[in-house]
Design a protein around this ligand. Structure first.
Ligand code: SAM
Length: 249
C-alpha cells in the first residue's frame, strides 16, 4: 500500500515512520509512505500556506492554492488513483471498520490541516473527511499518523502473527478478552486457571465469553451490532440491564 501525506510539518514523521512495526513495514515494502511539504507548492518568498479569515475572527486559515497544486501534483506521482482523505475533527469518526476499509485501498493521500483549519473549498478535493475523535488537535499530523499506523498493521505480513489482527479488540465488534503472561503469580494476583490448562477448546470458549462480558460492561454501545449468537446476546443484555439497575439505585 502506498500512502502520500501533504503537510506543513514533514519533520514530525521520520521518527514515527522509522520505528518498530511501522519502520519494519516500510523497510520490507509492505507500506510505502511519502511525506510532502506543502510549502513546496507555495509561490511567494515566505512560502505562505495560511491567511486571515474573511469575515474576521481568531487564527489563520489554510490557503486553497498550495493545497490544490499539491494534491494535483502528488496524485500524479504514482499510477494508482489515491483515495483522498482530509483529516479533520468534523469528519467521519475513525473506527476499526473504517480502518479495514481504508486498508484495502491501493493508495491513500492524506491532507493535514494546521492553524484554524481549511479554507472550505479545499474540502472539494477529498473523497473522505476523517476525524480521530471528538477533540481538537493543533494539526492533522498526529491524526494522519494514527491512520497510517492503524492501516499498516492490517497489511499482509506486517504483524508477526497473522492471527493477531483477528483476535483483537473490535475484530468482531467486541473488545478483546483479558490477556496474561508470565509469571503465573504476581503480587498476590493469579491467572485464570483455564489459561494454564492447555485445553485449547476451553480456552477459546473462556476468551469468547470474557470478550462478550467485557464489551457489555465497558462498551455496551457495541453490543447491538456485535457478531453474537443468541445466547451471547441474551447474556450481554442481562449484564447491561443489571449494571443499569445498580447505577440507578
Ligand atoms: N477550527 C477547526 C474546527 O473547529 O474544526 C479545527 C482546526 S485544528 C486546530 C487544525 C487541524 O488539525 C485541522 O484542520 C485538522 O487537520 C487537524 N485536526 C484537529 N483535530 C482533529 C481530529 N480530531 N481528527 C482529525 N484531524 C484533526
Amino acid at each position: 500500500m502506498r500512502v502520500d501525506v501533504i503537510t506543513v510539518v514533514p519533520g514530525m514523521y521520520p521518527e514515527v515512520l522509522g520505528t518498530s512495526i511501522l519502520g519494519r513495514a516500510i523497510a520490507t515494502g509492505a507500506l510505502d509512505v511519502s511525506v510532502h511539504d506543502l510549502r513546496d507548492w507555495t509561490d511567494d518568498r515566505h512560502r505562505t500556506t495560511d491567511d486571515y479569515p474573511f469575515g474576521g475572527g481568531p487564527g489563520m486559515v489554510m490557503k486553497p492554492e498550495p493545497v490544490f497544486r499539491a494534491v494535483g501534483s502528488v496524485r500524479d506521482m504514482h499510477p494508482a488513483r489515491p483515495r483522498v482523505v482530509l483529516v479533520c475533527p468534523q469528519g467521519r469518526p475513525l473506527d476499526q471498520g473504517l480502518v479495514r476499509e481504508l486498508a484495502t485501498e491501493e493508495r491513500l493521500l492524506l491532507i493535514c490541516g494546521r492553524y484554524e483549519g481549511f479554507d472550505e473549498r479545499i474540502r472539494t478535493l477529498a473523497d473522505d473527511e476523517i476525524s480521530i475523535g471528538d477533540y481538537v488537535l493543533t494539526g492533522g499530523d498526529l491524526a494522519a499518523l494514527v491512520v497510517i499506523d492503524a492501516v499498516a498493521r492490517l497489511q499482509p505480513g506486517v504483524l508477526g502473527h497473522e492471527d493477531s489482527a483477528h483476535d483483537e479488540s473490535f475484530s468482531e465488534g467486541l473488545l478483546e478478552y483479558p490477556q496474561y503472561t508470565r509469571p503465573a503469580e504476581f503480587n498476590g494476583m493469579g491467572v485464570p486457571e483455564v489459561l494454564l490448562s492447555g485445553d485449547h477448546a476451553r480456552i477459546a470458549r473462556w476468551r469468547r465469553a470474557a470478550a462478550v462480558e467485557r464489551t457489555a460492561i465497558r462498551r455496551p454501545d457495541l453490543i447491538e451490532s456485535a457478531d453474537l449468537d443468541e445466547d451471547e446476546r441474551a447474556h450481554a443484555r442481562t449484564i447491561i440491564e443489571e449494571r443499569k439497575r445498580t447505577q440507578d439505585d
